[in-house]
Design a protein around this ligand. Structure first.
Ligand SMILES: C[S@@+](CC[C@H](N)C(=O)[O-])C[C@H]1O[C@@H](n2cnc3c(N)ncnc32)[C@H](O)[C@@H]1O
Length: 249
């Protein structure tokens, strides 16, 4: 069942981006180094490898990877997030390439640069899941196109098992037929404008199928939490799950 595509992403609203930034800084930023340690080991990265950070936000992974010598491109739809990413990179004395781009336009934008990256990462619900499953599949095919043969893709997204167990994750009502959550800003939200997004929450086997349909191989699905990236077994209690996959050689 294809979901209606959300029109404007809530992330283009500056107030929403600002509020989310505070949340990411308090809950996710402290775990960043551990997450990048895992990436380096899991994907066998070597300094100077080209890495693309999809939905890079304020650049916490892009900046940490650049500090370690990688050639990093960070893309995001939010001007506010990118502005913050540039500021933080400047303070850290590194210069990843940041660009404003909607993930829906990935293939079009990087046309002619197929196979350019050794690794692609997309952490913390960065645009994946809100495109309808066909849109999510198109996104994954786009990512595959960017990767060199053997290149790795690591993505984190919500763990549908938790939803189907009836555990509300506080962000909106869950429709278990379509597997979607309808998220919206609460009444009286100080940003004024009502923002809505319909997010597809996958169960692990669906996510694995989507990746294989896109052409990825060696798909592994694991449990994860902020600052706890290890490739451990996924538990139905995990809020997020991680996928590690490879472009076939
Ligand atoms: C929760 S933040 C996570 C940011 C970063 N990956 C991190 O882990 O700190 C989600 C990010 O995805 C970006 N995003 C959402 N939809 C997007 C889209 N369609 N294209 C590009 N970026 C998108 C948002 O602007 C936001 O910066």
């Amino acid at each position: 069942m294809e979901q209606a595509m959300a029109g404007k992403s809530p992330w283009v609203n500056e107030d929403f981006a600002e509020e989310s930034l505070e949340n990411i800084d308090s809950r996710f930023l402290p775990g960043t180094r551990q997450e990048v340690d895992f990436l380096e080991t899991e994907l066998g990265l070597t300094s100077k490898d080209r890495v693309i950070d999809l939905g890079c936000g304020a650049g916490r992974h892009s900046i940490e990877l650049a500090r370690r010598g990688y050639d990093v491109t960070g893309v995001d739809i939010s001007r506010r997030m990118l502005q913050e990413a540039e500021n933080r990179a400047g303070k850290a004395g590194v210069s990843p390439r940041f660009m404003r781009l909607d993930l829906r336009d990935l293939s079009e934008h990087f046309h002619g640069q197929e196979g350019h990256f050794v690794a692609a990462v997309s952490f913390c619900e960065s645009g994946f899941g809100v495109l309808g499953w066909k849109g999510d599949l198109a996104f994954m095919k786009g990512v595959l196109g960017l990767l060199a043969p053997g290149g790795g893709f690591v993505l984190t997204t919500y763990n549908g098992l938790k939803r189907y167990r009836g555990e509300d994750m506080e962000d909106g009502p869950f429709d278990y037929i379509s597997g979607t959550v309808l998220w919206q800003t609460p009444d009286g939200w100080p940003g004024g404008e009502k923002l809505r997004e319909q997010e597809r929450v996958y169960i692990p086997s669906e996510l694995g199928m989507l990746l294989e349909l896109a052409g990825f191989a060696a798909v592994k699905i694991c449990g994860c939490a902020p600052g706890d990236f290890s490739g451990r077994r996924l538990s139905p209690d995990d809020t997020e799950m991680m996928v590690v996959a490879r472009k076939p050689r």
